[in-house]
Design a protein around this ligand. Sequence first.
Ligand code: GDP
Length: 448
Amino acid sequence: PGLEDLRRAVGKLLKRSGPYEALVKEYVRDVQRALIPADVNVRLVFELTRRIRERALQERPPPGVSRREWLVKITYEELVKLFGGDGEPEVKPRYTPYVIMMVGVQGSGKTTTVGKLAKFYRSMGYRVGVVAADTYRPGAYEQLRQLADRVGAMFYGEPGSKDAVGIARRGVEELRKRGAEIIIVDTAGRHGYGEEEALLEEMKNIAEAINPDEVMLVIDAAMGQKSYDLAKRFHEATPIGSIIVTKMDGTAKGGGALSAVAATGARIKFIGTGEDVDELEVFRPKRFVARILGMGDLESLLEKIERLQSVGEFEKTMEEMMAGKITFRTIYKQLHQMKKLGPFRKVLQMLPGFSAMLDSFDEAARVSEEKMKKWISIMDSMTFEELDNPELLEQRSRVRRLAIGAGVETSDVRELYNYYKTVKRMMKQLRKRKDILEKLSRLGKLPG
Ligand code: GDP
């Protein structure tokens, strides 16, 4: 039981039929049953499911998307929020040499993670050095020396010495001289759970000596929602901090740890997924959620929804254009949507009502990306009056002014004006054609 049950909940939802409200109710309960055993904080779980329920009952999916499919999309979005939001962590150092200091409770996987990070940055092409300043755990020096060897990182350590601060300082200095671009310092985290204060105090002492560019806190996923307190204090103590959650492979509480850390606002950069040096992943909430919900199906569903949403918007604009007055405001909106949708022809094929007019449209639709950009910047330079009354562009002084304002040629402005006239003409034709079609279909329905 745990996060994997989310996939099952979604699968069940998509298969079931019955009154929607009852489905939502049952589904929300399934989601809770998956998240609570994963040690996600109960308050967070109820907030999440309350939002899912609310949105499920309020929002209307675009045409072509069922309410249940839409509910899956809502779930995806809300889970992404729970696990840290839309953003992707920045793992490439902004400059070099770049000093990373690792802290963490003993046994959390700190030294192993130093090796993993060294490998990660080596494979990005950096010259990496590691410093063994964990003087407390007897095996740490030898463990790190071997890891460094394996991943091709430079190594600094002073076997037998207990002077962690001194080792850290000398190590950074020495590795910098030897040309390391990324230096990772393993420190002694000798404190048990619940002793955050002492751990963070020690972090400050060493940080003062080596002035790191980033401090990374290693948290064992098995801590589950208990990670919240530690992550919160850490997040408050250092503005240059990020978090690595290790042992995601070994516990059902991983979801709890991730959501607890995310709730503090701290950044999770990596997750550890095994004992091997390769088993480190950049943490991307969207990808993580997609994976627990079943990547393949979800991706195609999200794509379908996005496409239908865009087509729906475009169709609305087309209908508005047919029904109402065409101005540069409508052209502006249309161009933006076209940019989003890609080639015009394909778009029109998706709209049954318009496909008949394809050929006449196609001509005017040959609008290149470059042209669109120019036209959009011309319209950005227009006054409200011009946006609402395109015919004002019959005046040459306006054409000149707009060309200068947008940094384009007067011929570009004239071209845009011609496009407007073409669209207007076509819309008129479409309107006529639609009237005829409607009349015909009405006639068709007459008996006999
Ligand atoms: P430290 O005391 O924090 O430096 O901890 P170590 O790096 O020595 O790791 C403690 C134990 O956790 C070792 O047995 C590691 O192999 C193991 N470990 C570290 N990271 C992971 C991980 O992501 N997954 C699993 N399954 N084990 C891990």
